[in-house]
Design a protein around this ligand. Structure first.
Ligand SMILES: Cc1cc2nc3c(=O)[nH]c(=O)nc-3n(C[C@H](O)[C@H](O)[C@H](O)COP(=O)(O)O)c2cc1C
Length: 407
């Protein structure tokens, strides 16, 4: 049994040297023109030598008016392709492969960036700081699909090994899948086939436009975990539809901004100690209907749980996020047996219900920025200090972004 150390050949023939993947984490380190900075490039150079077979960038918008954060790096006709190629070279310098995660934030675009973002409907996000979404017209869907294709082709030109389409966590493609958000009565709403149309059309158009060896993956919710949202039965069916469109693997996560299930935080002193690998049970039903590889992300920390999941055919790839922030090269140690558990600093944090909403996530975002800018995180920062520093950082980056557009 050599679980996470096994190689994996993807359907398009590309070989991954082991089963560990750094999942997408929004670096928010781009400059005011949304080009990658040296800090972001340095981060990927660190991760590349860290042992993971595959690195996935943070969400990278295909449309400048639909960012998740003013510091997102964008791939479009205005991108500085020299910087983008430098990012790719750094990410591959230690032998890892790298995908760019292409996204459209839809109604989850912050109001300061766009007060009227294009979405699947006019159903507003139930959180402060987000504007009044406008339902996409038939013509706009065509434009959005073309933007995904254009960004994918730019990614291929820049040397990325492939893309991951973000259809999870409440972003545009994910919100389209949700009957709670997608209230349309035309061919983009109603039945599951109609709600899946946008994601399927994007995959089909991208797959047709790129080289067969270019990886096309997708991140999908196992469920939104919201009443009336995209549910598990729907997720199993959509996974089959995506497989039929030729994706090379599907990554499973869950939740959205309103229901942030993807970043659960197991606290040793919390009364409800969450399990590890919290989407794995959901993923098993999806894996059972697929013949392409599956990646599961969320809460994996112990080598024995990862090895068991691989050996027992519950997943093919293990995605991890937060451990890469606190220790960029932990994967190599996990693979050679020097450690038997990935860093899990969040387990020492106070229970989530005693902290401001999103504080643990913002602590990690602040550390990610620090790791890029200074070469290492500052683990002495308390959750509250990290949270507050990240809130300030968002304001500074957003103000600069708005100012640049005024000039
Ligand atoms: C700082 C941070 C930023 C994230 N940004 C993204 C993102 O841009 N796209 C995405 O699909 N997931 C994003 N995630 C979610 C991770 O990919 C992953 O699903 C989640 O952290 C759970 O895995 P973990 O328990 O190993 O951290 C982010 C997570 C963190 C901590």
């Amino acid at each position: 049994m050599n679980g996470i150390n096994k190689v994996l050949v993807l359907p398009n023939g590309v070989l991954l040297k082991n089963r560990i993947v750094k999942s997408a984490m929004s670096e928010a380190l781009a400059d005011e023109h949304n080009n990658p900075t040296q800090a972001q490039i340095d981060l990927f150079a660190q991760w590349s030598v860290g042992g993971a077979a595959l690195l996935i960038t943070g969400n990278t918008p295909v449309d400048r008016m639909h960012l998740e954060h003013a510091g997102n790096f964008v791939l479009d006709a205005h991108s500085d392709m020299k910087q983008v190629s430098a990012l790719v070279a750094a990410a591959q310098s230690g032998g890892a492969k790298v995908l760019v995660q292409l996204a459209h934030a839809g109604r989850q675009t912050p109001e300061a960036i766009n007060a009227h973002p294009t979405s699947i409907s006019n159903v507003k996000l139930n959180l402060a700081g987000y504007g009044e979404p406008v339902p996409a017209t038939e013509a706009e869907f065509g434009i959005i699909i073309k933007k995904f294709v254009h960004s994918a082709k730019l990614a291929q030109d820049a040397g990325f090994d492939g893309i991951e389409i973000h259809a999870a966590h409440g972003y545009l493609l994910s919100s389209a899948l949700s009957p709670r958000i997608n209230t349309r009565t035309d061919r983009w709403g109603g039945t599951l086939e109609n709600r899946a149309r946008l994601a399927l059309d994007v995959v089909r158009a991208v797959r047709a436009a790129v080289d067969p060896r270019f990886i096309v993956a997708i991140k999908l919710n196992s469920s939104d975990f919201q009443k009336g949202g995209f549910d598990h039965a729907g997720s199993v069916e959509v996974a089959i539809m995506l497989q039929d469109e030729g994706v090379d693997f599907i990554e499973i996560s869950g939740g959205n901004f309103e229901e942030p299930t993807a970043y659960q935080h197991t606290s040793k002193n919390g009364s409800t100690k969450a399990r590890e690998a919290y989407f794995l049970d959901y993923a098993v039903a999806i894996k059972a209907v697929l013949n392409i590889p599956l990646m599961v992300t969320g809460g994996f920390r112990s080598a024995n749980i990862m090895n068991d999941a691989i050996e027992n055919g519950k997943t093919d790839l293990i995605g991890m996020g937060r451990p890469f922030i606190t220790e960029p090269s932990f994967a190599a140690k996990l693979l050679n047996g020097t450690i038997d558990k990935a860093p899990a600093i969040e387990q020492d944090f106070p229970p989530a219900d005693t902290l401001p909403r999103g504080a643990v996530l913002s602590w990690f975002c602040a550390q990610l920025a620090l790791a890029g800018k200074t070469g290492q995180p500052d683990l002495s920062l308390s959750v509250i200090e990290g949270h507050e520093s990240y809130m300030q950082q968002i304001k500074i980056t957003t103000d600069k972004w708005i100012e640049t557009r005024r000039q």
